[in-house]
Design a protein around this ligand. Sequence first.
Ligand code: SAM
Length: 276
Amino acid sequence: MGDRTEQLNDDQLRKLLEQIVQRYGFDFRNYAPASMRRRVLAILQQEKLDNLPDLQARVLADPSAFQRFVHGISVSVTSMFRDPTFYLAFRRNVMPLLATYPFIRIWNAGCSTGEEVYSMAILLHEEGLYERSRIYATDLDALSVERARQGIFPLGRMKEYSANYLNAGGKDSLSHYYTADRENALFRQYLMKNIVFAQHNLVCDSSFNEFHVVLCRNVMIYFNNTLREHVLSLLHDSLTTFGILCLGAKESLRFSGIESCYVQLIETEKIYRRMI
Ligand SMILES: C[S@@+](CC[C@H](N)C(=O)[O-])C[C@H]1O[C@@H](n2cnc3c(N)ncnc32)[C@H](O)[C@@H]1O
């Protein structure tokens, strides 16, 4: 393999991303450059290629190579009850608001392989709200959405997830929500019945409903400011007045065009309420 910096000639990278928009309609041109370069380098290695023109030829000619490309660009790292204090704050401060609604629509945008979705389903179940909720779980990456739909996670991570669950105010034992085989935890069917899984691209697809809660956590950290602003405006258009917007710990509404429409519900968590 040649010099790694040479492999990532800026013009060639720009051209690859432009060709992808034209061929597949997926636009990665406003993803943050540093993380994009790291991901593309990793994709070259996985595809056993040493230059961008070869990668471009493969991705344009072969839709399954494109699907692998999307999976490689998507940073799919996630976990159940990630940032337990977020879930604890949600349980204490948001659930009582949701309890006043006859029907609850939640959009989990950028749900990755689903750990966040099942965490929210468990929370709603424990607060007695799951039966009147519908969670729309979407991601750009079709491979991740497929895994999310299965609700099967490695058994080896359950110890960490159980600790997170308890720190998030869990009322039971996490193990009550899955059955285990030798390698995996299979989450129970009743947690899935009100979840709709679908592929949705925050860059180019539009809003598809009006939600009482939108969770979009640890997704926009990989975007530049222009794209972040575009996505925040899409999320805003997807929320009811007094709806709740949840972002990741390192994200915020500060300096965004929609900041003045929201109050931060809990000072220490990125949980916002739309006021106008
Ligand atoms: C780091 S994961 C975050 C997963 C989960 N929200 C969490 O906080 O644990 C980022 C997710 O955003 C998704 N993503 C990236 N760009 C996207 C886009 N344009 N539209 C929808 N999802 C996107 C990725 O596929 C990935 O699954």
